[in-house]
Design a protein around this ligand. Structure first.
Ligand code: NDP
Length: 380
């Protein structure tokens, strides 16, 4: 992107989000002495251990209350480093006894994708609310079972779609919705990284459920939906994978797909495991909104192009000190107010219906129609 186009800063004040559910401090009990709710982190890998646990210091209403791991030594180390007592350490085998731990209000599932459903359902049955990482699961059927289990247990279910709590993405959604680029005609979103380690569970279908689409493609798909604010009615997909490459014996490398929306807008999306990319572009009949990088943990950037000028956009702060803290505290607010999280299990299910249709379209070489919230049907 030409930096010359990015020279004019838009006033943050002019773009400030109004007060809403996300920023409602009263919903979180501000001014009242409510204790932060306790999270149990399940899976002490990169995301659970290195990304999420360090974020509790940034939270106003959430705290770390327990860890669940298959590695007892690591679990002990992490517990000690975070001031947790031995009774707050669980293995996968004794996980269900977490029901007896009143310190744990929420279970955060940070496991390989194919384990999301089982641990969400076990957590709900143990009487805990659930935060589940993306992708929600590896099939529509699993997503439906997770929603049903949480409903039966009367527990909240939220998906770790952190971009909904990230300042640039939130501002991009607001700009798109308020017509800053005019009538939305086209969205392009591409996400990928170079997956170098052939031993990673991400490349084993039984644990990942699929390749780059299940991992980075979820960001492209989410962006297409939250930038347009619409649900797609049809999808056409094509996979491109070098199956001689030992990394891609079981799952796809690159996949691109086109979504058709009721307004006539089109989204061209892509994910891959063989190049680094992270961008969202929205084209309207009066301008464009561009984010690159778009969905990183930090350092995202955004431009609004209108009337022949490109303006760098500095968004107002998000709802939390960081996108992760905003996400963690949002589930607490949802539990306290009884409102559904803005990225509920239903939202993860919507994505998984489209994911299944993307794979099916690519496999069958034809456009698949998406019938509102029902299962995808082949276009006749
Ligand atoms: P890692 O491989 O780094 O960690 C996964 C952890 O799960 C392991 O360390 C292990 O923890 C536990 N685990 C249990 N069973 C298995 C198994 N059979 N194979 C491998 N690990 C197992 O993965 P990530 O942390 O990168 O990803 C975890 C989840 O988080 C995924 O669903 C991913 O999509 C999501 N994620 C989300 C991100 C986001 O930005 N929202 C970013 C990165 C990941 P232990 O040793 O404690 O048992």
């Amino acid at each position: 992107m030409d930096m010359g186009r990015r020279n004019l800063m838009i006033s943050a004040a002019a773009l400030t989000l109004g007060p809403g559910a996300l920023r409602s401090s009263s919903a979180l009990g501000a001014g009242r002495a409510e204790r932060p709710l306790g999270y149990a982190i399940v899976g002490l890998g990169y995301y659970g251990l290195d990304v999420i646990i360090p974020q509790f210091v940034n939270c106003a209403h959430s705290r770390l209350a327990a860890v669940v791991s298959g590695d007892p030594d690591k679990a002990k180390r992490v517990a000690a480093a975070n001031g947790l007592p031995a009774r707050s350490i669980y293995s996968y085998a004794d996980f269900d006894t977490i029901r007896d731990n009143p310190d744990v209000d929420i279970v955060y599932v940070c496991l390989p994708n194919a384990l999301h459903a089982a641990y969400t359902i076990r957590a709900a049955r143990a009487g805990k609310h659930v935060m589940c990482e993306k992708p929600m699961a590896v099939s529509v059927a699993e997503c439906e079972a997770m929603i049903a289990a949480c409903k039966t247990a009367n527990r909240k279910l939220m998906i770790g779609y952190r971009c909904h709590f990230e300042a640039f993405n939130r501002e991009a959604m607001r700009l798109a919705r308020t017509g800053a680029a005019g009538k939305i005609r086209y969205v392009r979103s591409e996400h990928g990284f170079v997956q170098r380690d052939p031993s990673k569970w991400r490349l084993k279908r039984a644990l990942s459920g699929g390749g780059s689409l299940m991992d980075m493609g979820i960001y492209s798909l989410q962006a297409a939906r939250y930038m347009t604010g619409e649900e797609p009615v049809a999808v056409t997909a094509r996979e491109s994978t070098d199956r001689r490459d030992p990394r891609f014996a079981e799952v796809e490398d690159m996949i691109d797909w086109t979504l058709e929306f009721p307004s006539g807008a089109i989204a061209g999306c892509q994910s891959m495991y063989s190049a680094n990319q992270n961008r969202i572009l929205l084209m309207g009949d009066a301008g464009r909104i561009e984010l690159e990088p778009a969905t990183r943990y930090a350092g995202n950037m955004m431009w609004l192009g209108k009337d022949g000028r490109e303006q760098a956009v500095t968004p107002p702060a998000g709802p939390g000190k960081t996108q992760f803290a905003g996400q963690l505290d949002h589930l607490v607010a949802s539990i306290r107010t009884g409102r559904e999280p803005i990225v509920s299990g239903e939202e993860g299910l919507r994505d998984m219906r489209i994911v299944e249709a993307i794979y099916r379209s690519s496999r069958e070489g034809r456009t698949i129609r998406l019938d509102n919230n029902r299962r995808p049907n082949a276009r006749t």
